[in-house]
Write a protein that binds this ligand. Structure first.
Ligand SMILES: [Zn+2]
Length: 246
């Protein structure tokens, strides 16, 4: 086996922000799926180019521009700013699908890099302040288990690893009876999710500023319900940040 294939175990992304190196260290996040990566065919998770897991062209397309993330207005309005790093299309969509549906845990790192840049923008703009608690939007537990752990939580942990006073708390879960939202209309999604998001961590741990993070915001139903239950529990929710909006 060539050395290049083994290099996915540890991938470093240099950034100039805060003079620090953002390190997307796959092994640091107890990523048990990385062993599987080594036996998958080596191709770019964005465009399918051979001999690379994530090519330079796809990396450029996920680069967060100076005016991003953008404010979006999902149909279900959570009452706090909802921001997205880009449309759920192209290589962004391919990478998210590859992580969620095809177990490409190696693509958590490039998605986390984009999320990291988005978080830094929000901190810089003052949209969010510190200390900040990032709460991943809930995933169905069975689905998360199948995929080797909740990918949004793993992205959030990798994205915030070098940010001061920013913690990730996996404090929400969906009650078991929620159906997978794939194929449901917007109204059905909202009915499907209403009253089903549950807080699993003491609210003191979630204070004072909470940002809900999700991979894709579609109708906004999950984001709205997450914000609602956090607010009812007393959390000061400052916004929602998504890697993509559909
Ligand atoms: Zn590519």
């Amino acid at each position: 086996m060539k050395d290049s294939r083994l290099s996915v175990i540890r991938v470093e992304y240099p950034t100039r922000t805060r003079g620090a190196q953002f390190r997307a260290d796959v092994t640091a996040h107890r990523d048990t799926a990385h062993v599987l990566d080594l036996v998958l065919p080596l191709e770019c998770g964005g465009c399918g180019a051979p001999s690379t897991r994530w090519c330079a062209a796809c990396a450029r397309q996920l680069t967060v521009k100076p005016d991003e993330p953008h404010l979006i207005t999902p149909r279900a309005d959570p009452g706090v700013p909802v921001l997205s790093l880009g449309r759920y299309a192209g290589v962004r969509r391919e990478a998210i699908v590859a992580v969620k549906e095809h177990g490409r845990a190696d693509l958590i790192a490039p998605l986390a890099l984009a999320l990291h840049a988005g978080l830094e923008r929000l901190l810089m703009w003052g949209v969010v302040g510190t200390p900040l608690v990032v709460v991943p939007a809930p995933t169905r537990r069975s689905a998360a288990r199948r995929r080797g752990g909740d990918p949004v939580t793993r992205m959030a942990r990798a994205a915030t690893a070098d940010l001061c006073d920013v913690d990730v708390i996996q404090g929400l879960r969906l009650r078991a009876m929620v159906r997978d939202s794939v194929g449901l209309s917007g109204a059905d999604r909202q009915r499907n999710i209403a009253g089903r998001v549950k807080i699993t961590k003491p609210i003191e741990a979630l204070a004072p500023h909470v940002l809900v993070v999700d991979d894709i915001v579609t109708t906004g139903a999950t984001a709205s319900e997450s914000v609602r239950v956090l607010q009812i529990a007393g959390a000061h929710v400052v916004g929602v940040l998504a890697i993509a909006n559909a």
